[in-house]
Every structure is written in C-alpha cells, then in structure tokens.
Design a binder for this molecule. Structure first.
Ligand code: UDX
Ligand code: ADP
Length: 464
C-alpha cells in the first residue's frame, strides 16, 4: 500500500521537525500536522520563519521547502484524521502529577483522547503510529480503544520511536543511526502496515538501517536507549564529584575512558545535570514498569540514575552558596543559559530551573540571560515548580537581553547551558564590571579555565 496522506497529531518538538523532514523527503505525500493549540499552529504557519514555535538549527530551511507544497499545519484535527491513511500520534506524555503512579508513570490522557478522537472520526482503515515515548504496552491500550469504540474500520498500530535529540533534530532526522518500526509481525495486515511505513523512510534512509521488530521490543528499546544514555551522564557526573575531591580533572578522565572502543567517547561530558523532556520521564517510566512487575532490584538500579542527577543539580547550587561565604542573600547572581542544552529553546526539566529555585530559596537576586528562551517561558517554569508566588518570582528573578547586562554588578556567574556564544564573550569587560572577588561557576566546563583565571576570576568548573 502506498501512503498518500499522513496526519500527525501534535505539532511539538517531535511532531513538527519529524513531519517537516518526512514531507521534505516525500514530496508526493501530503503531510498535515494538527494541534489543538491555535497559537502554535499560527506560529508554524508564520510567513516569517524566525517565528516558528521551536528553535532548531536547519528547521526553517526544511519548512520553507515543503510548507504549502505538501506540508500543512492546521487546527482542523478531525478533517486531517479523516483524510489520512496513516496517523502519527505525537502528543506529549508528561509524568503523572496525580493519583496512582504520581511522579513516575506517564500520563496517557492525551494519547487516550487522541485514540477516542480517531475512533470517532474514522470511516476508512487507518495505520496508527505511536511517535511519542510511551510505556511498554501502550499500543495494546490504543488498539483496545480503537477496536471497541470505532466505526468498525480496521486499525493497525505501529510503534515508531523517535531518537532525535533536540538541537540536532534535523541532522538526526536526515541521517538517523536507525529507524525502528514495531508492529504485528504475525499477520499480513501487520506486515503490510509496517512495509508502508518502511517505504516512507526508505525515501532517504538506507534499508539496512530500518529495523522492524514486534511492538513490545520497539517500545522498550526507546526507554532502554534513553536510560543507557542518561546513565552515562550520571556515571560521569558521579565521577565529577570524586574528581573535585581528589584533584583529578573529569575531562581528562572522560577522554581516557572514552578512548576505550568498548566504551566510546559520547555522552561522557560532566554537567550540572541532564535535563530535557525524555531522560527523566523515560527512566521514571522504566522504574514504574519494573516495580509494577515486582522487579524491585531492576527498579532501584535505574532509579539511582535520577537520584544522582538530582544530587548533581543540588550540589552545584550548594557549592555556589558555600563559596560565596555561605550566604547569597541579596547578592546578584547571573545565570547564563536557561535551555536544557544548547541550540534549543526547550526548557523542560532544565537544570537551570532547579539551580535558580535553590538560589532563590537562599534569597539571592537572580538575573538570567538565554539567547533563545523567552522571559514568559522562564517565569512559567519557575511558577510551575510552585515554590514561591508568581509575584515573588518576578520580583527576585529578572530576565535580560544581553549577557553583559546579566553579569554587570553581579557577585557570581553560573554557566548553565553550553551556548557557543558564551565562549567568545568579552570576558575581560565582564570581569571589570563585576563586584570583586568575581566568581564563575561553570556547570558545563565550557570556558577556558586558564584564561578565566588570568583575567582575575575565581573560576570553578564542575569536575575539577
Ligand atoms: C534525548 C535522546 O538523546 C534522544 O535520542 C531521544 O529521542 C530524546 O532524548 P534530548 O533530551 O533532546 O535527546 O538531548 P540529549 O542530547 O540526549 O541531552 C539530554 C541532556 O543530557 C541534556 O541536558 C544534555 O546537556 C545532557 N548531557 C548530554 C550531558 O550533560 N552530558 C553529555 O555528555 C550528554
Ligand atoms: P513533544 O516534545 O513530545 O513533541 P510537545 O509538548 O512539544 O511534546 O508537543 C505536543 C503537542 O501535542 C502540543 O503542542 C499539544 O498541544 C498537542 N496535543 C496534545 N493533545 C492533543 C490532541 N488531543 N489533539 C491535538 N493536539 C494535541
């Protein structure tokens, strides 16, 4: 079966870039991305490509090429579902904040709503593709809803996890390490559905990099990949604390360890802690699933990755307080970076939020600069944590438009995101306009330690 019309429900960090690239590489297929959020869809349709709702290097060029040709963004969800033969579900699946599984299980309410909507609207057979990260066995739940509430049409459910990393999404989509497609391998309909999706990707991905598996393997592979990656970061972060005590330099350790071809050099960069929408959520999910099967040792093993990450964020902030003579009350501290990593405007689970919260509890005055994150988002993140009132957050934390303004008259600077532009700031001028002694806490090991010390800074980097 050749797919002619694709619908994607959810125009976020996953759905938006993924569908843009699918449309770019499949000019003969109409791809319609729908979302309930009218503001988001309007931004995707904005003439000015600088106003796209998410910042991703290279995304604007892809959208420019395909939008209006075979790529469409719309709020007409029912219409797009009805017309498509293949529907991707790419809605958010945050960690539950209430009830059973609170703080651990994924909240599937948005997925369930999508399934009910698809069941209500569909009058022709559909291939439904899970694109969000979902707990193992979600496909079964989707199938139950679709088969039992639908109009008697046939559904094939596929799992097609997304492995793109934000900040490099377009590059990752153009040159993926692998594409994973899980489906019902035991029936002809299942195999046909998988082949239809293989054909979409085969327009640009070499066939040997497209793996097909059963649904459960595919779903679990996504959680496993993220758990392994996060585990590497927590492992090196654990060593960073030991390095600080012993006089070893964590970058040197990481280099030496990473040159072992069995270990490899990637994901060994010590940091103030990993963030992003996936790592924590997926591991919590894994922990929850393991616990629900009574596998307590498995659950505890993976939970430790999160415990280490929380510790890293806390100890980074605590070290600032300790170094600034045990008090930051009334002191101005500049935070450079708010996004959870460079080249994205996404702030979900960003370490910056937790560091800011800790320092605000110590009554510091915080000034934030981030090149891509809006002031509105920064306040929304703090308000969401709920430690202080909205009024207090706006009083104690300010957002400015240049790094220089953030650092001027401050006691200390904390580098929280590894934006390239921070490397080439006029650090001498910044130093001259700070209170003395002037401290830098480099949570990304981004700056040249020797140079910073020569300028006069008291320089502390994570892991040495
Ligand atoms: C991750 C997975 O990489 C991706 O495959 C999956 O689809 C979604 O989750 P993402 O969260 O976008 O992607 O970014 P990633 O590059 O994995 O970084 C996650 C966090 O780990 C960031 O906060 C990053 O700064 C941190 N990190 C990463 C480190 O602290 N050190 C490293 O060496 C690597
Ligand atoms: P991700 O990083 O997984 O892409 P986002 O939060 O960036 O997550 O995007 C998910 C999008 O899905 C949001 O824009 C949200 O408005 C949209 N969404 C959630 N539920 C529905 C639904 N039932 N119909 C349409 N869009 C939805």
């Amino acid at each position: 079966m050749k797919i002619k019309n694709i619908c994607c429900i959810g125009a976020g960090y996953v759905g938006g870039p993924t569908m843009s690239v699918i449309a770019q590489k499949n000019p003969g297929v109409n791809v319609t991305v729908v979302d309930l959020n009218e503001k988001r869809i309007a931004a995707w349709n904005d003439e000015d490509l600088d106003n796209l709702p998410i910042y991703e290097p290279g995304l604007a060029d892809v959208v420019k090429e395909a939008r209006g040709r075979n790529l469409f963004f719309s709020t007409e969800v029912d219409k797009a579902i009805a017309e498509a033969e293949m529907i991707f579900i790419s809605v958010n699946t945050p960690t539950k904040t209430y009830g059973i599984g609170k703080g651990m299980a994924a909240d599937l309410k948005y997925i369930e709503l999508c399934a009910r909507q698809i069941a209500r609207v569909s009058t022709t057979d559909k291939i439904v593709v899970e694109k969000s990260t979902l707990p193992v066995r979600t496909a079964q739940a989707l199938k139950n809803i679709l088969d039992n509430t639908g109009n008697g049409v046939n559904y094939q459910i596929l799992s097609n996890p997304e492995f793109l990393a934000e900040g490099t999404a377009i590059e990752d989509l153009h040159n993926p390490d692998r594409i994973l497609i899980g489906g019902d391998m035991d029936s002809k309909e299942g195999r046909d559905a998988m082949q239809a999706l293989v054909d979409v990707y085969a327009e640009w991905v070499p066939k040997e990099q497209i793996l097909t598996t059963n649904v459960w393997s595919s779903e679990l592979s996504k959680l496993t990949a993220n758990a392994f990656l996060a585990q590497r970061v927590s492992s090196i972060n654990a060593m960073s604390e030991l390095c600080e005590k012993t006089g070893a330099d964590v970058s040197e350790v990481a280099k030496a360890v990473g040159m072992d071809s069995r270990i490899g050099p990637k994901f060994l960069k010590a940091s103030v802690g990993f963030g992003g929408s996936c790592f924590q959520k997926d591991i919590l999910n894994l922990v929850y699933i393991a616990k629900s099967y009574g596998l307590n040792e498995v659950a505890d093993y993976w939970e430790q990755v999160i415990i280490m990450n929380d510790h890293q964020k806390r100890r980074f902030a605590a070290n600032i307080v300790k170094t600034l003579f045990n008090t930051v009350s009334g002191k101005k501290i500049a935070l450079l970076g708010w996004a959870f990593k460079k080249d994205t405007n996404d702030t979900r689970e960003s370490a910056a939020i937790y560091v800011a919260d800790y320092l605000l509890n110590e009554q510091a005055e915080i000034v934030v600069y981030d090149p891509k994150v809006t002031e509105e988002q920064i306040y929304a993140d703090l308000d969401y944590i709920g430690t202080r009132s909205e009024v207090e957050n706006r009083k104690l934390l300010k957002v400015v438009r240049t790094p220089f303004l953030a650092c001027e008259n401050s006691h200390a600077i904390a580098v929280l995101t590894e934006w390239d532009e921070f490397k080439s700031l006029d650090w001498k001028k910044i130093y001259e306009n700070m209170l003395k002694p002037a401290f830098i806490f480099d949570g990304r090991k981004l700056l040249d330690q020797k140079r910073m010390k020569e300028i006069g800074f008291e320089y502390y980097a994570i892991g040495n």
